[in-house]
Ligand binder design. Structure first.
Ligand code: PMP
Length: 305
């Protein structure tokens, strides 16, 4: 990733990709306190646009607030910077990664007195869980690792350290021949995927796990809004892993994963074992929306030009 052409926005300047470096004694590298976002830019008929830029930027500030990290830039500046990064890298579509982290002025747990740095990179990135998975559905396993307790790393923050837990779960799933992991909360209820939210369909109704120990996903909120546009009922409730076994359909949502159908959990086929009809409808509507083909949701797209 570090050896490529392009420009990265780093503390207010556009820096050549290979020179966007930081010191090995960076506090965030040692203790994991960095907050970040993932966004996508899509090609639309009227040019490239970033999907839900305001909401993602707001969540970055929410994450910083939770960790009492003083953001050195305001929302408007960072929104402009994100647009600029897509533009200067000539991306028609791609993924954006803004990150705020502490500097290397001193070591020790307390971040007091450390400088906060902000960087924004963007690059082309296709289907996170594979193009095949988008059509046929993926196979997942329930992780043997538990999602962090709500009073551990703070689920409303998109925090780098949280992903150590995601990495354990994802490695285990991949090593066991699955595509992704499903994490349960400390009480055994469904939380989320390693980097995705989960939704299911049962008897025509959409259910999502209550957002307690899961990240409050923006794609999830998008899909819920679109489902309601279609007249579908969406219910948030605690879900058990066997609620997923007996669902008619299941899918992951996420900026990277977009809308990825799930065909199997723990060797139990879900529904017909392929992308279900409601998943397909929502997935197709989602891609129409992000590609600017749904005027009613044009406000979710911010043109970069
Ligand atoms: N949960 C986790 C742990 C994630 O990393 C992500 C991806 N950001 C999501 C859920 C989905 O969030 P969003 O739709 O906002 O990308």
């Amino acid at each position: 990733m570090s050896d490529r052409d392009g420009l990265i926005w780093y503390d207010g300047k556009l820096v050549p990709w290979r020179e966007a470096n930081t010191h090995v004694l960076t506090h965030s590298l040692h203790y994991g306190l960095a907050v970040f976002e993932g966004l996508r830019a899509y090609k639309t008929a009227s040019g490239t646009a970033i999907f839900r830029l305001r909401e993602h930027t707001e969540r970055l500030f929410t994450s910083a607030h939770i960790y009492r990290m003083d953001m050195p830039w305001d929302r408007e500046t960072l929104m402009e910077a994100q647009k600029e990064v897509v533009r200067v890298n000539n991306l028609e579509s791609g993924y954006l990664r803004p990150i705020a982290f502490y500097g290397s002025e001193k070591m020790g747990i307390s971040p007091r007195g450390l400088k906060v740095h902000v960087a924004i990179a963007a690059w082309p990135w296709g289907a996170y869980l594979g193009a095949d998975g988008m059509e046929k559905g993926i196979r997942i396993r329930t992780s043997s690792y538990t999602r962090h307790h709500i009073n551990a790393t703070m689920p409303r923050a998109k925090l780098a350290a949280t992903y150590a837990n995601s990495i354990l779960a994802n490695m285990e799933a991949i090593d066991d021949g699955y595509d992704e992991a499903l994490l349960l909360d400390v009480e055994g209820f469904v939380a989320e995927g390693a980097g995705e939210n989960l939704l299911i369909v049962k008897d025509g109704v959409i259910y999502e796990p209550e957002i307690a120990s899961a990240l409050s996903g923006i794609t999830r909120a998008t899909i819920i809004a679109l489902a309601r546009d279609l007249g579908l009922t969406v219910i948030s409730k605690r879900l058990t892993r066997d609620d997923i076994y007996i669902a008619d359909e299941a899918f992951f949502t996420g900026t990277a994963a977009e809308v990825t159908p799930i065909r199997e959990l723990d060797r139990r086929q879900i529904g017909a074992g392929r992308r279900g009809p409601i998943t397909e409808k929502l997935q197709s509507l989602f891609f129409d929306v992000v590609n600017g083909k749904v005027p009613a949701h044009a406000d979710w797209l911010t043109p970069v030009a």
